[in-house]
Design a protein around this ligand. Structure first.
Ligand code: FAD
Length: 399
């Protein structure tokens, strides 16, 4: 077992971990980010970069370079139900330089952050390193043990940041368990090639499903939202039913569906999870991003909240770490206090305000969700919904 000393170990090279590591390194803190995979190439990950994240990147002075990466932009989220179309969120109304959601593959975002981190001599990303447990001394987390191809590695540090996602090993190792809310849906993801210039409405509802279509340039990324726990039932209906539901949205897709969705191997299930830790920290440990709160995919806010957590954690804990101190329980608590309100507000909206947006069973159709009805009646509210989704409550500044 090799043992190394650093100031902060970040477990997980996702949006939360990469941003936290980068921002701490920028303040002069020695950081090691450990990531269990050898690259960032994972299919069907969140790839919505919201105005709040774009503002962070602007503040860091990298926005022009970032926006040169291939991406598409969505300025309006339109909901189409049997009762008609509603422009549910209009990002052009939120003002500022980024009145849109940028759809960019998550691996490009993470590669970008990794390249920026590499510019700091005190930033180190160790890939193919799976953290297996916390190291503890005197009731405090003092580091992590990780498995690497070169053998086991013990990294000792003043702070461990657990950014290892919704199934966080570090969180479990600290004895922290999130309280889960009833998740309102499950999602089947697949991709379908896109004809040049082809346009589809962002959200359609049908009998027992909701379809979300994301323009990814030469293909559509599609989310076929089904009732929670209905996956086996949907499989039993056959892939033909899924193809028919999607083709009903636009008949031009029919032939491509037969060719490209051959069987269930072409479709990936995301079991949606919505949960939140009561306490995000233990002495020497702070959980952020999905490790502290798994979000529903509604609104595509997961990455952006993860980034916002990282920005707050780095800003609030950087000075203590820079001074070579172990952050106090009070300092860790303040990070949770700062970030808990935005997380609670979004989870509340995802679970309750949008509850009727999700199909309840395979026989019922969402006619027009309450939130869409309200926005249709008072169209000016679609600027407010865009702000809530795109910027959120209490946006963070790098400082
Ligand atoms: C299919 C799918 C679609 C989604 N769509 C969207 C979307 O459109 N928009 C959106 O905003 N959000 C979306 N999300 C959610 C979003 O991806 C997450 O909220 C976001 O990535 C959270 O970031 P994170 O850094 O906290 O965790 P993650 O992105 O989960 O990153 C955790 C990282 O830790 C690594 N890791 C895990 N365990 C260990 C370990 N023991 N040791 C070392 N490394 C470890 C993982 O490999 C991973 O790289 C989606 C999620 C899924 C699964």
């Amino acid at each position: 077992m090799r043992t190394e000393q650093t100031t902060c170990v970040v477990v997980g090279g996702g949006p939360a971990g990469m941003m936290a590591g980068l921002l701490l390194a920028r303040q002069g803190v020695e950081v090691v980010v450990v990531e269990k995979h050898g690259d960032f190439l994972r299919d069907f990950r969140g790839d919505t970069v919201h105005p709040s994240t774009l503002r962070v990147i602007e503040e860091l002075g990298w926005i022009d370079e970032f926006l040169r990466l291939p991406h598409s932009r969505v300025s309006t989220i339109t909901v189409e139900t049997p009762a008609g179309r509603t422009d549910f969120a209009d990002f052009s109304k939120i003002g500022g330089k980024y009145p849109y959601i940028a759809f960019m593959p998550q691996w490009d975002v993470l590669d970008f952050l990794a390249s920026k981190g590499a510019a700091y001599p005190n930033f180190r990303l160790v890939q193919k390193a799976e953290a297996v447990e916390l190291v503890r001394e005197g009731g405090r987390a003092t580091g992590v043990r990780a498995r690497t191809p070169e053998g086991d590695l013990e990294l000792r540090a003043n702070l461990v940041i657990a950014a290892d996602g919704r199934h966080s090993t570090m969180r479990a190792s600290a004895g922290l368990r999130p309280a889960a809310s009833k998740a309102p849906m499950d999602v089947l993801w697949f991709r379908l090639s896109r004809s040049p210039g082809e346009d589809l409405t962002f959200l359609h509802t049908g009998e027992g499903f909701v379809l979300i279509t994301i323009d990814r340039g030469d293909y559509w990324q599609m989310a076929y939202v089904i009732p929670q726990g209905a996956y086996e039932h949907v499989r039993g209906e056959g892939v033909e039913r899924l193809r028919a539901d999607v083709a009903a949205v636009d008949t031009a897709l029919g032939e491509r569906l037969t060719r490209e969705i051959r069987d269930w191997d072409d479709v990936k299930l995301l079991s949606v999870r919505v949960d939140r830790l009561r306490t995000w920290y233990r002495p020497g440990l702070l959980c952020i991003g999905d490790a502290a709160h798994a979000m529903s995919p509604a609104g595509g806010v997961g990455i952006n909240l993860a980034v916002q957590d990282a920005v707050a954690a780095a800003r609030m804990l950087g000075p203590a770490l820079k001074a070579g101190r172990v952050p106090t329980a009070d300092e860790l608590r303040r990070v949770q206090r700062r970030r808990e309100l935005p997380v609670r507000a979004v989870q509340l909206a995802q679970i309750h305000m949008l509850a009727d947006l999700y199909p309840k069973d395979r026989g019922s159709t969402v006619e027009r969700p309450f939130a869409a009805r309200v926005v249709r009646r008072f169209p000016f509210l679609n600027g407010w919904t865009a702000r809530f989704i795109g910027v959120g409550v209490r946006p963070e500044r790098v400082g």
